[in-house]
Write a protein that binds this ligand. Sequence first.
Ligand code: F6P
Length: 332
Amino acid sequence: MRIGVLTGGSDCPGLNAGIRALVRKGVQEHGDSFVGFRDGWLGVLGDNTVPLDIPAVRGTLPRGGTILGSSRTDPVAVPDGPDRIRRTLDAHRLDALVVFGGINTLARAAVLADRYGIPCVGVPKTIDNDIAGTDYTIGFDTAVNVATEAIDRLHTTAESHKRVLVVEVMGRSTGWIAVHAGLAGGANCVLIPERPFDLDEVCAHVTSRFRATYSPIVVVADSAQPRGGGVELEGLSGVGEWLGNAIEHRTGHEARTTVLGHIQRGGTPSPQDRWLATRFGLHAVDAAHDGAWGSMVALRGTDIVRTPLAAAVAAPKCVDAARYAENEIFFG
Ligand code: F6P
């Protein structure tokens, strides 16, 4: 087979491990050849390619980012987008397109496969872990590791100065990084977009923690919001800074905010992400050989399965009340 590969949307650690596994298995087991597309769908629309063979993927297992580059180009919104994609695939005599993407990139792959007959197989990647149908996505574990290490470090400085430390983590419209890192790092309070927060309750948790020896760490997802109203963020770096100011003002305890930002997305992937991405890559080649167009490889327990792309991207996978309640046990 001849297989095209792209990485779209936000980068994350583990993408190269997935590409490497795809190429290694395809070449060694099936005699496949690969074409890499630069910068996501943009490369397919503009026929911008990179050579993708075993020498090209050697040494990439522990490297963060993506050797193919990425973009947020929407191929369906571009005039003639699906036709241009079809022409590029024909020009390279490609039988399949393996798409590493988050919810938006994979949603386009679903439309292209289901509506336009483009032979796409999806691989879920995003630090946000918000894709339904898979237990975990590539990149999430590394982001949780980064956030947890930051929380661990912030505990000691918070205690030395008897301060509140607010840690803002990523997550887009969901709070998966916040709930995982918050539980692993012993946060005093975890605030997520799925559950608008009450500032009085947050301040009560903070005040209660100061009665013990420990200083409070408040983990807030970047899109969390207070109950009953949007935060005015003009002139601030994000909700974390707003929250730190509000807590300091209301409780009288000094507060500092750390915004982890793209540190969560950069650098070397965790062993778990290398393991997951490698297995996704191996199974994506099999899905292509089985002609499983419009499907996505997914983790269920410890098994890699296939699931329909369209269903997986229909709505973001959110943190439910039961999961959040596990964090709540440790608030205050
Ligand atoms: O989807 C991954 C993510 O890192 C989100 O958590 C975050 O909201 C967004 O991308 C940031 O995007 P950008 O890199 O364009 O600032």
